[in-house]
Design a protein around this ligand. Structure first.
Ligand SMILES: Nc1nc2c(c(=O)[nH]1)N[C@H]1C(S)=C(S)[C@@H](COP(=O)(O)OP(=O)(O)OC[C@H]3O[C@@H](n4cnc5c(=O)[nH]c(N)nc54)[C@H](O)[C@@H]3O)O[C@H]1N2
Ligand SMILES: Nc1nc2c(c(=O)[nH]1)N[C@H]1C(S)=C(S)[C@@H](COP(=O)(O)OP(=O)(O)OC[C@H]3O[C@@H](n4cnc5c(=O)[nH]c(N)nc54)[C@H](O)[C@@H]3O)O[C@H]1N2
Ligand code: SF4
Ligand SMILES: [Mo]
Length: 745
């Protein structure tokens, strides 16, 4: 399998020169401006943080008013992730603190699971309950029968706890429900992933190809800003999307592809680029392996062949291939991020990676830059015990390309009748709303019903907390320290998050929760620092900074050790793949029994009267985590279903009407959704924003507003390589009136 040597430049410990960040930027719609806020905030205290509203992790300043209350949050000028500006969601992040529906105290379930009858408990009581059950599970089934599902900053503490306890089953939905296929595809091709933030050099690109990446609605801050700059500088944008996205509106070419057929388009582009000899011959010869096999493989995949599949006209395919070639190597075929669509996703992103390799964009200005990351020391603790079994033993031989645990496989392993190699008996769920995040809700709920222990750590009473035995209320990111942000970027940098204020009610930081639980389990040696701030200060001093300095500056940017943001001309490079080359033909996939080069496979089409359910993001919300946020519900408080006018006419459906959606498995949306009739969606599909249709009554602002896409995603197209859950193989039809019986069900 792929060799996983780290190729990224990790800057050694030791003080580097502090770079003075540029504060220059242009005003962009929806983004907050530092200057306006700075004028207003003279004499007010400010504390540094990095945003937790999404995983771009922009660094900013939290300002308080005269009464010492949190007032507003703005971007840190020195931060490469945001260049001094937050997106609307980040600005609205203070609403997470003020939300009166927040979890307030630990809770222990007193009735059947899912009935939502809980009693208030003290922290000691709640943690003792969990520790007793965990010890019981360890003695009866072995510690490897516990699993952690986690997303966000607390992941490292709870992961340390679980590993110390003896289990390596730590799964993040950002792998098998999000970017896993992309990471494995890039790893197989370049020996390296696409990272977060992505190493796309959009700032200097001449051509950006977006295949379903809806940057602009997907508000990943730095990318949106760089894309806006690139457009101003005349870059060509090519958008492939069945929907006229915000990005499509800025594009020279919008290719309204028939959904699920992207691999055919990608193969035709590869065919054209090879046949017209548009590819970077020197680069391919020097750095790539498998070119002859690839040429042979794509010889029949002509634009005419792809036309019949994708509905994109051959001359459009040819023209766009030429655009890419003209811009090369300053061209980016964007790797995407949420790429779990049709179950052949790793292979689709392989085609994306291959296209980038042919155009010579990897390691080149305007293509993909070389990331650099600041190394920070970790605290010393005993070695983790070696678990007797790990997640992959539950279903031997499955998902062999997966490099991290697969959340859905752990869920399946919690259902005894699946006869897994070993069964999962307990879950800790931190910062992920699994019920709305993992497709096939019935399966997730069935798994929960089979558990001996289910703990949810959250800030809000979400769907997932409703199913827990014990709910632990974390304070929000505005009320706590967390680990330093050390994400790679053009320059290595660190950012500090610290509490702007005391935690409200009985809520506690994740570090404290994990450490207190470790004490009850006799594992406190794994958390040697009582207070996280002491750990941070120790760590910062080791790299020539201090907590005091970071509180003052928030972000510290170091210089790169060498001038190596891009490959030098003719540089000899050994890529961290099996062959040491960029693999157009993947030896690792072949060895694992999968296609070494991507193939197009036709997917099921919607039956008569049904439409493909596709979904995406809205600029002012993040999944379900912001649905109840008072500041952001002001901007958008429900989702709509986009329907093509031709379809609406056939059904007699009108704008703003509320309808229900029914899927191929007879599942009817629990709540109705407002209709938006628009030419911006193809006639064979409907579109909705993910994260609405909440069924949790305690969230008073968002309960019952809009519909949940997850509820309608009952059919899952699983990626055989790495277990990703393809979610776009579901079809829906319309119900304009619900019978009484249906409404009650
Ligand atoms: N149907 C469908 N499913 C999807 C997607 C989709 O578009 N459609 N998108 C997929 C993608 S790309 C991803 S990355 C995943 C995301 O999946 P999740 O990370 O599960 O997303 P959220 O629904 O926002 O759930 C986050 C949970 O964390 C809680 N939370 C927020 N802040 C904190 C905090 O500081 N501490 C703690 N302990 N909890 C906190 C929130 O209240 C919420 O319950 O979903 C995937 N699933
Ligand atoms: N505002 C906001 N921004 C976010 C997030 C958020 O919750 N809110 N979440 C962040 C996260 S974790 C992620 S992973 C990213 C996700 O953002 P992206 O990676 O950009 O999202 P996708 O879900 O891949 O893409 C959604 C788009 O794909 C199109 N599409 C649907 N089916 C097909 C198809 O078959 N072919 C093609 N070519 N296109 C198709 C849809 O019409 C839609 O425009 O967004 C990030 N940014
Ligand atoms: S992109 Fe927006 S929501 Fe995400 S971290 Fe940055 S400011 Fe926060
Ligand atoms: Mo994601």
């Amino acid at each position: 399998m792929t060799n996983r040597r780290q190729f990224i430049k990790i800057t050694a410990f030791g003080a580097g020169a502090l770079a003075i960040g540029s504060g220059a930027y242009k005003a962009m719609a929806g983004f907050s401006s530092t200057t306006e806020a700075a004028k207003l905030t003279v004499n007010l205290t400010r504390t540094p943080t990095y945003c937790e509203v999404c995983f771009w992790k922009c660094a900013g300043w939290v300002y308080k008013n005269d009464e010492g209350k949190i007032w507003k949050i703005i971007g840190n000028d020195d931060d490469q992730h945001c260049n001094g500006r937050f997106c609307p969601r980040g600005t609205g992040g203070v609403g997470m603190y003020f939300d009166e529906d927040r979890l307030k105290t630990p809770l222990i379930r007193t009735s059947e699971r899912g009935k939502q009858i809980f009693k208030q408990a003290s922290w000691d009581e709640a943690l003792t309950y969990i520790a007793t059950k965990m010890k019981d599970i360890a003695s009866k089934h072995g510690p490897e029968s516990m699993a952690l599902f986690t997303h966000g900053s607390g992941s490292s503490y709870f992961s340390t706890l679980l590993k110390a306890y003896g289990s390596a089953n730590v799964a993040e939905p950002s792998y098998a429900q999000c970017r896993g296929p992309r990471d494995e595809a890039f790893m197989a091709t370049f020996g390296e992933e696409a990272y977060s933030p992505e190493i796309t050099d959009i700032r200097d690109t001449k051509c950006l190809v977006l295949i379903g990446s809806h940057i602009g609605e997907n508000m990943h801050n730095g990318q949106v800003q760089e894309m806006s700059d690139a457009i101003d500088k005349g870059a060509t944008i090519i958008t492939v999307d069945p929907r006229f996205s915000t990005a499509a509106g800025k594009s020279k070419y919008w290719l309204p592809i028939k959904p699920s057929t992207d691999i055919a388009l990608l193969l035709a582009w590869i065919h054209e680029i090879i046949n017209q000899e548009y590819y970077d011959k020197k680069y391919v010869e020097k750095y790539c392996s498998g070119f002859d096999q690839l040429k042979e493989h794509v010889k029949d995949y002509t634009p005419e062949w792809a036309y019949g599949i994708t509905t994109i006209a051959p001359d459009q395919i040819r023209k766009t291939a030429k655009e890419m070639a003209n811009a090369a190597p300053a061209v980016i075929v964007h790797p995407g991020r949420h790429v779990t669509w049709y179950g052949d996703d790793t292979q689709r992103i392989r085609a994306v990676a291959i296209l980038n390799a042919l155009l010579g964009s990897w390691g080149r200005r305007g293509g993909f830059y070389r990331p650099s990351k600041q190394a920070v020391p970790s605290s010393e603790h005993p070695e983790f015990p070696t678990p007797a079994k790990t997640w992959s033993d539950a279903f031997p031989g499955k998902y062999s390309v997966a490099s991290t645990p697969v959340s859905n496989a752990l869920i399946d392993a919690s259902i005894p009748e699946n006869n897994p190699g070993f069964a999962i008996k307990g879950w800790i769920v931190n910062g992920t709303n699994l019920v709305n995040t993992i497709p096939n809700q019935a399966n997730t709920l069935k798994a929960i019903q089979n558990l001996d222990l289910m703990v949810a750590i959250d800030t809000m009473p979400m769907e997932i907390t409703g199913w827990a035995d014990v709910i632990l209320p974390e304070c929000t990111y505005l009320e706590r320290y967390d680990n330093l942000r050390v994400s790679p970027h053009r320059k290595p940098a660190i950012a500090l998050r610290m509490p702007a204020t005391e935690p409200l009610n009985e809520t506690k930081p994740g570090y404290w929760i994990a450490r207190e639980l470790s004490k009850k389990l006799g594992l406190e040696a794994f958390f040697p620092f009582e207070k996280q701030e002491d750990f941070l200060d120790w760590q910062l001093k080791k790299i020539g900074s201090s907590l005091e300095e970071m509180i003052r500056i928030g972000v510290k940017t170091f210089e790169r050790e060498a001038d190596d943001l891009y490959f030098a001309n003719d540089e000899a490079i050994e890529f961290p793949t099996d062959s040491g080359k960029i693999e157009l033909y993947s030896l690792a996939f072949e060895q694992a029994g999968f296609d070494p080069m991507p193939k197009y496979i036709a997917h099921e089409e919607p039956p008569a009267g049904f439409y493909r359910l596709i979904y995406g993001r809205a600029p002012m919300h993040t999944f379900s985590r912001t649905a109840n946020n008072p500041n952001l519900t002001d901007l958008m408080d429900e989702n709509t279903v986009w329907i093509n006018p031709k379809v609406a006419k056939e059904w007699g459906i009108v704008n703003d009407q509320y309808i229900w959606l029914k899927n191929q498995d007879e599942i009817i949306s629990e709540f109705s959704i407002k209709v938006r009739i628009t030419e911006r969606i193809r006639w064979d599909s409907i579109y909705m924003v993910h994260g609405f249709g909440h069924a949790q009554k305690q969230m008073k602002r968002c309960f019952g507003r809009g519909a949940s896409d997850t509820q309608l995603i009952t059919k899952v197209l699983t990626d055989p390589l790495m277990g990703g859950t393809g979610m776009r193989g579901n079809f829906v039809t319309f119900i304009t009136e619900k019978t009484e019986q249906e409404v009650a069900s």
